[in-house]
Design a protein around this ligand. Sequence first.
Ligand code: DQA
Length: 159
Amino acid sequence: MTSLELASLKWSILVLHGPNLNLLGLREPEVYGSTTLSAINQMLETEAELLQAQVSSFQSNHEGALIDAIQAAYGQHQGILINPGAYTHTSVAIRDAIAGVGLPTVEVHLSNVYKREPFRHHSYIAPVAVGQISGFGAESYRLGLRALVHHLQHLQTKR
Ligand code: DQA
């Protein structure tokens, strides 16, 4: 991409993938599909260009590393697209980080968590997210990115 093209990109979005999502492709494909994480990241880059946005993706198996990334996003990115993985159901600290930086955040899940075990039915993240998309496999990320950019555009026109 040329520097002129980069300068015309509008929204900068941080994409966060939580624990075990680095195993996509190998991990329970009957639940999570066979698309790898790098294919998802690539798909998001292509989609972002169509939306006049750019994405920076980061995966970690560590709660603190995800929190550091959320804090560092303040002033660097306009929104966060996050699949918190199992931390969805356990992490008050990730929820507090999102609330703390106040960046519009969309929560996504590959699987439909509400069709699964009861412990997956509660999300600590949902109350601080703009919204949640769950159950569309890798497509959840694309839908989530579109929803987030749409939300940011809407916020801008309201100013
Ligand atoms: C997940 C759902 C979580 O319950 C699970 O712990 C994951 C993946 C999903 O994308 O469907 O790691 O977030």
